[in-house]
Structure formats: structure tokens, C-alpha cells
Design a protein around this ligand. Structure first.
Ligand SMILES: NC(=O)c1ccc[n+]([C@@H]2O[C@H](COP(=O)([O-])OP(=O)(O)OC[C@H]3O[C@@H](n4cnc5c(N)ncnc54)[C@H](OP(=O)(O)O)[C@@H]3O)[C@@H](O)[C@H]2O)c1
Length: 362
């Protein structure tokens, strides 16, 4: 059983059998940065107000990465400016999660080439990348650091010996620069291998991988395994048994599961999903039928579609926080209320039925 508590009306869950608490509703900050040149959708002016409000609502589990927005580093820079303007007391209220393995440009640099040592999972890269994260974030610690993805060569072998990678990450814990470790875009086998390497090099039994961040939402269920032909239930079981929490990314299928995109408005409605060119992935006949049926269900429950999609994920005890990407204040306020939605077994079965029914209905 996952331990829970309530803070400012927001339920919180403990992450992966560790002492760390996450707010059930978190905040995804991929599309935050400097919209004037990095393809992001939120800048300081509107962003700072959303961040202030997030903390008021008890949404303190914030997710970014060193390379968000075309390798610009600007999502971290925006957060750094926010922490500088609000002070250390505010910084300390946030569980700040970031990711490394990708290369990052200097500020305002529009193009750069990188040596093979400026990306990946070598000791040299990891140490430098984390110092750069701290500089951009204007803080002296990262609460949760993820390996953004496994760094593999063309044959699918690890580019860097895993003991080197996890030895460097373990050292960062000893130095106090990082408090907890996670992985992203990893299969169960890769997590097992990473855990094995960390066990060999770790300086203490508490040095564990406590979380995996993979894609997961109610229409892309097997994606969570990050494997061709992978199985949702087997992956959830794996995480439960290893006491690893899941942080789903694409929890709203990039906006599809908010009900904004309908069969009768395709081509006329814009948003992140369209800007990211994800039409083929998400705007399929089947998905759009699911949206129509889920909309009826959400209306009957008196909730919004986004709340439904978030509450469905939270109905899985393996999930510790849902970090939906937010680009407007109303979205934050809407998503925050998902913590109040409790789905019964009958509700979950009804949602499964909808997913089945959409396969046959026109
Ligand atoms: N580890 C990885 O490799 C990886 C990959 C992708 C994402 N992530 C993380 O996961 C987070 C979430 O994923 P995501 O942002 O890509 O996709 P998402 O959460 O599935 O969708 C976010 C989009 O949904 C819309 N939205 C959110 N709340 C809404 C509401 N209440 N009502 C209406 N629309 C709403 C917004 O669209 P508009 O902007 O169009 O309004 C927003 O940009 C990211 O921010 C990032 O932190 C990690």
C-alpha cells in the first residue's frame, strides 16, 4: 500500500518506497522557456503566475529536463529566474525534478555542435551536466534526477559501462547535489540492469531507483512498458514488486484527452498536439470515438475530460504523480481538482468498456 497524506486539499503519495512525497497532481514544464526563439509555449510573464498558483494549490512536484525546447535549456532557466525572484523559501517548497543525457546549448545560442562527450551517460558528462542544471535552475540541489533515456549504441549496447554511469550518479547523492534517482524511457529489463549496477556501486542501501517516467495514458496503455509488444499489466507488476513509482508522461495524450479535438473540428483547432505534429499518432478515428464516449461519461460524473484522464492514472497505486503539461492558468485549476475524483472499480470497468465499445462503434 502506498502511504498518502493531504496538503492544502491536494493528496500526496510517497514515491517508490522512499521518504519523498509527491503531490498527486504535478506540473509538466516541457513547453516552458523563451517562446521568442525556442518553440516553447509559456514564458516568464504568464509562467510565474501559474507557478505561484500551483504552490497555492499544493502542486509542488515539478518536472523539467536540461534539454527541453530544442536543446535550449530554457525550461530550467525559466525556473531558475522564478526561484531567484521568489527566494529560497519558495525553492524549498518544490520537489524539483530534472533529466540529463541530452546536450544543451548556451543561452540565446540558436545552433551548436557537440562533442561525443557533451551528451550521454559518462562520468564526465554527468558531473558537468548536473552542475549546468544547478546553474540554470539557480539552486544548489535537485530533488529528483532522471536519466532521460538509456544511451545505447547502434547495436543496442550501452555506450558507457553501467557501473560508471551509476557510480557517478551515486557520487552526486554523496555530494548533496541530487537527493533521489530515477530513470525515464526505460524498459523493465533496462531498469533491472540499472538497479543491478547501482547496487554494486552504491555507498548505501538507500541509494535506489525510486521512479520511472514513461509514456502512459488511458488510450496508450502498453506504451508504459516502452517495449514493442510490451504489456501494461506486466510492467505495473514489475514496478510494484520493485517498489518503483511511475510518473506518466503524455498523461493527456498531448491534449487529445481534454476533449478539445473532435471529429467535426479537425483542422480548425490548434494546440500543442498540432504544433508537435502528433496528428497521426493521436487523431485517429478510434481515438476520436473514444473521446466522444469518454466525454459522455465525464459529463455524467460531473467532471472534465482532463480530470477524468488524470484520475484514471491516479487510480493506479503504482503512479505517484501526474505531471500534465499546463500552458494556461485555467488548465492548472482544472487539473488540480482531479485529486478530488475517486473512481470505483465500477467506474474503471465502465472506462474499459468504453475503450472496447469504441472499437466497434462508428
Ligand atoms: N521523459 C520524457 O521523455 C518526456 C516526454 C514528454 C513529456 N515529458 C514530461 O511530461 C509532461 C507532460 O507531457 P506533455 O506536456 O507532453 O503532454 P500532456 O500532459 O499529455 O498534454 C499537455 C497539453 O494538454 C493541454 N492541457 C493540459 N491541461 C489541460 C486542461 N485542463 N484543459 C485543456 N487542455 C489541457 C495543453 O495543451 P495546449 O498547450 O495545446 O493548450 C498542454 O500543453 C511534460 O510537460 C514533460 O514534463 C517527459
Amino acid at each position: 500500500m502506498v502511504r498518502t497524506l493531504e496538503f492544502r486539499g491536494m493528496k500526496c503519495r510517497q514515491v517508490g518506497g522512499s521518504g519523498l512525497w509527491a503531490s498527486e497532481v504535478g506540473l509538466g514544464l516541457w513547453k516552458w522557456g523563451d517562446p521568442s526563439y525556442d518553440g516553447s509555449r509559456v514564458g516568464d510573464h504568464e509562467g510565474f503566475k501559474i507557478l505561484d498558483r500551483a504552490l497555492e494549490l499544493g502542486i509542488f512536484f515539478w518536472d523539467t529536463a536540461n534539454s527541453y525546447n530544442w536543446g535550449s535549456g530554457n525550461s530550467e532557466r525559466l525556473l531558475g529566474r522564478y526561484f531567484r525572484s521568489r527566494g529560497k523559501r519558495v525553492r524549498d517548497r518544490v520537489v524539483l525534478c530534472t533529466k540529463i543525457t541530452n546536450p544543451v546549448r548556451e543561452e540565446h545560442e540558436e545552433k551548436a555542435d557537440f562533442t561525443p562527450n557533451q551528451r550521454g551517460a559518462s562520468r564526465g558528462y554527468i558531473m558537468k551536466a548536473v552542475d549546468d542544471c544547478l546553474r540554470r535552475l539557480q539552486t544548489d540541489y535537485i530533488d529528483l534526477l532522471y536519466l532521460h533515456s538509456p544511451t545505447l549504441d547502434e547495436e543496442g549496447n550501452y555506450e558507457t559501462p553501467l557501473e560508471e554511469t551509476w557510480g557517478a550518479l551515486d557520487d552526486l547523492i554523496s555530494q548533496g547535489k541530487v537527493h533521489y534517482l530515477g530513470v525515464s524511457n526505460h524498459t523493465a529489463k533496462q531498469i533491472e540492469e540499472a538497479m543491478g549496477a547501482l547496487r554494486k556501486v552504491a555507498k548505501g542501501a538507500s541509494r535506489r531507483i525510486i521512479v520511472v517516467q514513461n509514456p502512459y495514458n488511458l488510450i496508450e496503455r502498453n506504451e508504459v512498458s516502452k517495449e514493442e509488444g510490451g504489456d501494461e499489466q506486466a510492467f505495473l507488476r514489475f514496478c510494484r514488486e520493485r517498489r518503483i513509482s511511475i510518473v506518466p508522461y503524455f498523461p493527456l495524450a498531448s491534449g487529445l484527452l481534454t476533449g478539445r479535438y473532435r471529429r467535426d473540428n479537425i483542422g480548425r483547432v490548434g494546440g500543442k498536439l498540432i504544433d508537435d505534429g502528433l496528428q497521426e499518432r493521436y487523431l485517429t478515428d478510434y481515438n476520436l470515438r473514444v473521446v466522444e464516449l469518454l466525454d459522455d461519461f465525464a459529463k455524467r460524473k460531473g467532471i472534465t475530460m482532463a480530470q477524468l484522464a488524470i484520475a484514471w492514472l491516479l487510480a493506479h497505486e503504482e503512479v505517484c504523480s501526474v505531471i500534465a503539461g499546463v500552458t494556461k492558468m485555467y488548465q492548472l485549476e482544472d487539473n488540480a481538482k482531479a485529486t478530488k475524483v475517486e473512481f470505483t472499480e465500477e467506474d474503471m470497468a465502465a472506462i474499459d468498456e468504453i475503450l472496447e465499445k469504441a472499437k466497434t462503434s462508428e
